[in-house]
Design a protein around this ligand. Structure first.
Ligand code: NAD
Length: 351
């Protein structure tokens, strides 16, 4: 049966892997789940994006769909449970922008400790010679990282890359919480694993690098913010839902913590009326932490290759729902359904 692949809202992935295989590609810009279903109805694979969601209805309705692939590491826009149960492989491209995100979190921390954004605006306003009070504020309220305690929530690829970077700034201690990483791994980075409460209470600077899951939703909320030092700085370059933005706004407004840097938000794009936009002690970037020309080239290529590989019986670069292999094995042994006639990537010699 001839194969067909769709690109949804995708500007960066090349069609070459499919052109080489003679697999036709359709491209569509989708706003709703119904748009996605209309595009994927007769497709075998899809390059999907952050929105619209790839949910159970999409995978149930699109009976030929075998593989969906995301650029980057986060797969929170794909219903992984449904994908696993329905025998759809959800692919990602792990570690393609680890350096970019770790750099971005570090840049946010430095910008906040050194008050770079306001000082730059002050300089450009031409008021250095006139506004002594503002100048004094930058002189007295800029801080050093040396000697501090730095806390990392989520000690995977990006958390570790951040630990490597922050070490150069001479913190007294770097602590991290991650229920799935052993101390022997953290030892390699000179990091002490502690519980979340300890990270919240003891850190001067906290950076979040955990995924958005049911367990991490609003991990940072009114209670956790209240546990932090009043001088604490919080950075989130992971995913918006990890932080309760209403609680964060109140904490920044009321001086519960000193400052925050956010690259990711509960609702993206952030609405222009969001109260976060007018806080003086926050810096914001539009979910750009992971981006660079290197990321675009590598991630786009791997996102496309994931689909081409799975459809031709080869191991993809990353699978976010590895248990799907068991579902597909059962399907192949009983009723192959969507997998009929497609070689088994899980028995590839590289798997
Ligand atoms: N802002 C961006 O542009 C951007 C770009 C890339 C990745 N990200 C986000 O950064 C996150 C981290 O990426 P990564 O490549 O390091 O992923 P990773 O899978 O290598 O690491 C995530 C770590 O979080 C840990 N974790 C899971 N649940 C946790 C919890 N409840 N508390 C503490 N730790 C927990 C995991 O054990 C894992 O070690 C991703 O989830 C992704 O959503 C954002």
């Amino acid at each position: 049966m001839p194969l067909k692949v769709a690109f949804i809202n995708n500007a960066y992935a090349p069609t070459k892997p499919f052109d080489d295989l003679g697999i036709p590609v359709v491209k569509g810009s989708c706003k709703t789940i119904d748009d996605v279903i209309a595009l994927l109805k007769d497709c075998d694979g899809a390059l999907v994006s952050t929105i619209p969601l790839t949910d159970r209805r999409v995978m149930e309705t699109c009976a030929k769909l075998k593989v969906v692939s995301r650029m980057g590491v986060g797969v929170d826009s794909i219903d992984l449970k449904a994908a696993t149960e329905l025998g759809v492989v959800a692919c990602n491209t792990p570690a393609v922008n680890t350096a970019e995100v770790a750099d971005h979190a570090m840049a946010m921390l430095l910008a906040l400790t050194r008050r770079l954004v306001e000082a730059n605006e002050f300089m450009k306003s031409g008021k250095w010679g006139e506004d002594g009070a503002r100048l004094k504020e930058y002189q007295t309220a800029s801080h050093r990282i040396a000697g501090s305690t730095v806390g990392i929530i989520g000690f995977g690829n990006i958390g570790r890359a951040f630990a490597t970077r922050i070490k150069g700034f001479g913190p007294e201690r770097v602590i991290a919480c991650d229920p799935y990483v052993p101390q022997t791994t953290a030892d390699l980075y000179g990091v002490k694993l502690v519980d979340l409460d300890t990270v919240l209470r003891q850190s001067d600077f906290i950076t979040i690098h955990a995924p958005a899951t049911k367990d991490t939703n609003h991990l940072i909320n009114r209670d956790s913010l209240a546990k932090m030092k009043r001088t604490a700085v919080l950075i989130n370059c992971a995913r918006g839902p990890l932080v309760d933005e209403v609680a964060l706004h109140a904490a920044l407004r009321d001086g519960v913590i000193r400052a925050a840097g956010l690259d990711v938000f509960e609702k993206e794009p952030v609405p222009s009326e969001s109260p976060l936009l007018s806080l003086p002690n926050i810096i914001l970037t539009p979910h750009t932490a992971g981006w660079s020309p290197t990321f675009i080239a590598e991630s786009g290529r791997k996102q496309a290759e994931n689909v081409a590989f799975v459809l031709t019986g080869k191991k993809p670069h990353g699978i976010a729902n590895p248990d799907v292999v068991k579902t597909i094995a059962v399907m192949r042994a009983t009723d192959p359904g969507r997998w009929k006639g497609v070689p088994d990537f899980s028995t590839s010699s590289e798997f």
